[in-house]
Design a protein around this ligand. Structure first.
Ligand code: CP
Ligand code: NVA
Length: 306
């Protein structure tokens, strides 16, 4: 059902398609651990474009494709003609003639839309200014693994964050509760928020904003945060740090979760800024599981789509 589709935003998928990706992710983890990975991408070629730096997404996607028997061509923007002004549309047309799929990490989400429409091959979002779908899949896989099902997450920090938007998209499709503690000025793009609200209405999801982090965290099973200054926001770094200074995840805040509550972060993290070092490096932190699970969710997405 996912074959040939684009994955630019989780909002574009059906609930059943997301469920399928999650089930296949667990299967992929089993295959990797038992050294019995199938090769559904045999003979398939995938271009992976990075306009911004990446550690986890780069390694997990390239490995995913190779493990599944495909061939990944990694293109850092600085090394291709796009960096010298060749239009995205032309890059897309060329890639469309040579590869069976594209993964791309871009500064502007609009570039993903162009890559998808001009290449004619399935295109997968590896992070844009708007969203980070592969991250949210790995995160909810981690929650399911820890608790045996999806549980309430409290996100503390930037309410317009790209990772948060994908967590919201997932929660809204799957009918989950997601609490967001954020300063009032920081909210998702209005058109995206409207879609999230519509989906939540349909699924019975409960996505709510709080000003007080303690109120959001009380009784939740996971506390999630992301950097205060995302890639591409360096020009507003000081202003964002000032706005978000009361939204740090501290040991004290972690005391208010439900019993067994975990700490989550997509990484990379800035210790001492959005999270205290003792929290991210502490016993309740599952950040390395989240990072590892990116491999299995990438394997699921690439095998199902390409
Ligand atoms: N979480 C994540 O996407 O990390 P990278 O930027 O290292 O890919
Ligand atoms: N919000 C962060 C996520 C990094 C994985 C960024 O866009 O830089």
């Amino acid at each position: 059902m996912l074959k040939g589709k684009n994955l630019l935003c989780l909002l574009d998928l059906e609930k059943e398609e997301i469920e399928k990706i999650m089930d296949v992710s667990f299967l992929m983890k089993h295959f990797v651990y038992s050294n019995s990975v199938p090769k559904p991408l045999q003979g398939k070629r995938v271009a992976l474009i990075f306009e911004k730096p990446s550690t986890r997404t780069r390694v997990s996607t390239e490995l995913a494709i190779n493990l599944l028997g495909g061939y990944a061509v990694v293109l850092n923007k600085s090394e291709i003609q796009w960096s010298r002004g060749e239009p995205v549309e032309d890059t897309a047309r060329v890639l469309g003639r040579m590869v069976n799929g594209i993964g791309a990490r871009v500064l502007s989400h609009d570039s993903l839309v162009k890559l998808a429409s001009y290449s004619g091959v399935p295109t997968i979002n590896l992070l844009s200014d708007l969203s980070h779908p592969l991250q949210a899949l790995a995160d909810y896989m981690t929650v399911r693994e820890k608790f045996g099902g999806y549980k309430t997450i409290a996100f503390v920090g930037d309410g317009s964050d790209n990772v948060l938007v994908s967590l919201m998209a997932f929660a809204s499709k799957m009918g989950l509760e997601l609490r967001v503690a954020s300063p009032p000025g920081l909210r998702p793009r209005p058109d995206i928020w409207k879609k999230i609200e519509e989906e939540a209405e349909r699924s019975g999801a409960n996505i709510e904003f709080y000003e007080d982090p303690y109120e959001a965290v009380r009784g939740s099973y996971a506390v999630y945060t992301d950097v205060w200054v995302s890639m591409g926001q360096e020009n507003v770094a000081q202003q964002k740090k000032e706005t978000l200074k009361d939204y740090k995840v501290t040991e004290d805040l972690m005391r208010y979760t439900a019993s067994g509550g975990i700490f989550m972060h997509c990484l990379p993290a800035v210790r001492g800024e959005e999270v205290e070092a003792s929290v991210i490096d502490g016993k309740r932190s599952v950040v390395w599981d989240q990072a590892e699970n990116k491999l299995y969710t990438s394997m699921a997405v690439f095998s199902l789509i390409i």
